[in-house]
Design a protein around this ligand. Sequence first.
Ligand SMILES: Nc1nc2c(c(=O)[nH]1)N[C@H]1C(S)=C(S)[C@@H](COP(=O)(O)OP(=O)(O)OC[C@H]3O[C@@H](n4cnc5c(=O)[nH]c(N)nc54)[C@H](O)[C@@H]3O)O[C@H]1N2
Ligand SMILES: Nc1nc2c(c(=O)[nH]1)N[C@H]1C(S)=C(S)[C@@H](COP(=O)(O)OP(=O)(O)OC[C@H]3O[C@@H](n4cnc5c(=O)[nH]c(N)nc54)[C@H](O)[C@@H]3O)O[C@H]1N2
Ligand code: SF4
Ligand SMILES: [Mo]
Length: 695
Amino acid sequence: MTASRVDLPIVARGVCPHDCPDTCSFTTTVVDGVADKITPARDHPVTQGFLCTKVNRYLERTYASDRITQPLRRVGPKGSGQFAAATWTQALSAIAARLTDTVSSFGGESVLPYSYAGTMGLIQREAMSARFFHRLGASQLDRTICSSAGMTAWAHTYGYCDGPGADEIGDNKLIVLWGTNTLTSNPHLWPKIRQARDHGARLVCVDPIRTRTAQASDEHIALRPGTDAALALGMMHVLFRDNLADLAFLAERTYGWEAMRDNVLSKWPTSRSAEICDVSEQVIEDLATQYGTTQQSFIRLNFGMQRHRGGGSAVRAVALLPAVTGAWRQTGSGATLSTSGAYHYDKVTLQRASWPPSSTRTINMNQLADALTEPDAGVGGPPVKALIVYNANPATVAPDAQRVHSGLARDDLFTVVLEHFLTDTARYADWILPATTQLEHLDVHAAYGHHFASINEPAIAPVGDSQSNSQIFRMLAAAMGYTDTEFADTDEDLLRQALGEQNPLMPGITVESLLEHGWQRVAPAGRTHYTHGRLPTLSGLIQCQADELTELGLPSLPDFVPPATFGIATNQEKNLADRQFVLLTPPEHEFLNSTFVNIPRLAKAAGRQTLLMHTADAQALGVTDGKAVRVWNDRGDFLAMACISDDTRPGTVCAHGLRWATGSGPGVNSVTDGALTDLGRGATFYDTVVAVTPL
Ligand SMILES: Nc1nc2c(c(=O)[nH]1)N[C@H]1C(S)=C(S)[C@@H](COP(=O)(O)OP(=O)(O)OC[C@H]3O[C@@H](n4cnc5c(=O)[nH]c(N)nc54)[C@H](O)[C@@H]3O)O[C@H]1N2
Ligand SMILES: Nc1nc2c(c(=O)[nH]1)N[C@H]1C(S)=C(S)[C@@H](COP(=O)(O)OP(=O)(O)OC[C@H]3O[C@@H](n4cnc5c(=O)[nH]c(N)nc54)[C@H](O)[C@@H]3O)O[C@H]1N2
Ligand code: SF4
Ligand SMILES: [Mo]
């Protein structure tokens, strides 16, 4: 099971490591030590025998000629991309010497780890790395770039995050895809949606943009960005007004529902929602009526709609809809933001989460620009003097990119990047350490769109001199002189620790059983959610009213918190005069955040950076289809090719991400900022105002 050169399987069990709800399983066939073929699992209820357009290219990515296969030392100016090969011994001793020096001069908190979800595996994501940084006394990173607004909202509402998995939703009669581009971001949900539609289900998509998913739906509700809460509250008004609410469910399972009812009845007539969302009142009435008269309904929220200032409140309002109609009573119905609450891996042991004292400084990853450019990292304490990046590409994915780049260019900042490729971030590194891919290391995975635990065996030996993240942090710990036994754990030890000895919360799931089956359910199919027992909320019930939110200065009842773009979005004449627009930057179909952008076939299929613009806006600006435009604000700019159609709303423009600046110039995050969401301290990527100028 360990990746030794003599003992490699012919067919290895694999799982896609990427940050995607589908967490697909596959097998890798190996011929003479070389991975020859990746075969998607046919018998996996969610993978269903296919992978996406991106991961179908995983072998090309693994064996790409531009893959980093040796430690690299910077030999030119920062960011120039000039590096020379080095040995591991040279790299480790140089890095350990510099870190030791930094800690003794500026304290442990001057070292900042920066990581996210390059791999979602429990072992290669945060295990040895966490132990290493805790032992060193580094600053902690608040990992808020993606999901924290919605996850926090869900926690205040339901106590933990779960809902029907992708394989369980095929019997619903109404499916609402709310702020998610399923065909791009969650493609394995689609066959089940098709199954439901074959049995007469209606499919509604709520998205400001007519995405490929919106196009394939029965109805598309193109609301104003950041106004989802107002739509949900207007729907609730209709549900209570027209006696479509399940009062028995509300009385039995929820807290504060009468106050919520009174509030939506008095304050949220559909006329108000219609005005805020810029959707007709009839559309809201009809959607609410359909929703209230269809017991078997399912709402798939995802993380797209919570990337606005009021993103937490928006998720909270939408999440309460199935509590109002009692849809939770039906198996496979209700709503899903994430199923991650169904997994009970032992992260506390894996990460030695008890090691750092509670006083350790925490830096919000959305504010990396501040952390690298403000003297006290923007939050008090020592300046950041060393940055260690793994599983992430902050120079491309973090907001306020131009300030992130100037921080990374600081000569007094020591930067180490563990990577597969020379990303925008790696170009600024003092040292680049070659990391293994999923085909080369051991891991175990949860998922956030279904309920299967899955295992990944190494199929091939590490390519070149690459090492797994866990091994790199083991070697760094040794180089720093740390002798704690925790650094001696092998990946197999970590795997066993993740699963726990006879874990009562994931019964029957062991290393042996996972190796035998590849994947196993962590919770039985066909459960209902939130219908029984005390929930881990303050009241023990589903919280229509969450009293603890008042302590955070937020209303306890679900409410609409306007996005920062609201003033722009509601004043079309003025915004045209000022050439100002709301900018959305959701993922490109062919990329996974900034991963795969350097794979030639995928880059070619995705094409150049475009800016989707409504015909009326384009006419007013004198922009024609295919023309180059500059998209800018006071933080920065990027160039794009105008793509004109009515697939977007007037006043809203859309540029898909996330291309590397190397080769294509500054990317979409040049114009986003580090402002945070109302709940969860999350990123607000889609709450951005830009001007557009034809070139
Ligand atoms: N191909 C591909 N798949 C991916 C990814 C990728 O980069 N590429 N990324 C993965 C990751 S990390 C994540 S977190 C998930 C994200 O997956 P999704 O949650 O689906 O999120 P996004 O694609 O960010 O946004 C989805 C849609 O939200 C819309 N949207 C923007 N603002 C609003 C709003 O205010 N209200 C509503 N209703 N809709 C709005 C956008 O137009 C977009 O079409 O996808 C994962 N899957
Ligand atoms: N404007 C805008 N910005 C966004 C978003 C958006 O929609 N719009 N989406 C946001 C979201 S949802 C997310 S989740 C973040 C994603 O941000 P990141 O998690 O930084 O995602 P990626 O860009 O995919 O970069 C991951 C990197 O990890 C590397 N990697 C993969 N596996 C391994 C490994 O095993 N070891 C090591 N050392 N490295 C590995 C890959 O090569 C890749 O370069 O971006 C956010 N940024
Ligand atoms: S990115 Fe998503 S859809 Fe593609 S293989 Fe991975 S888990 Fe499956
Ligand atoms: Mo994400």
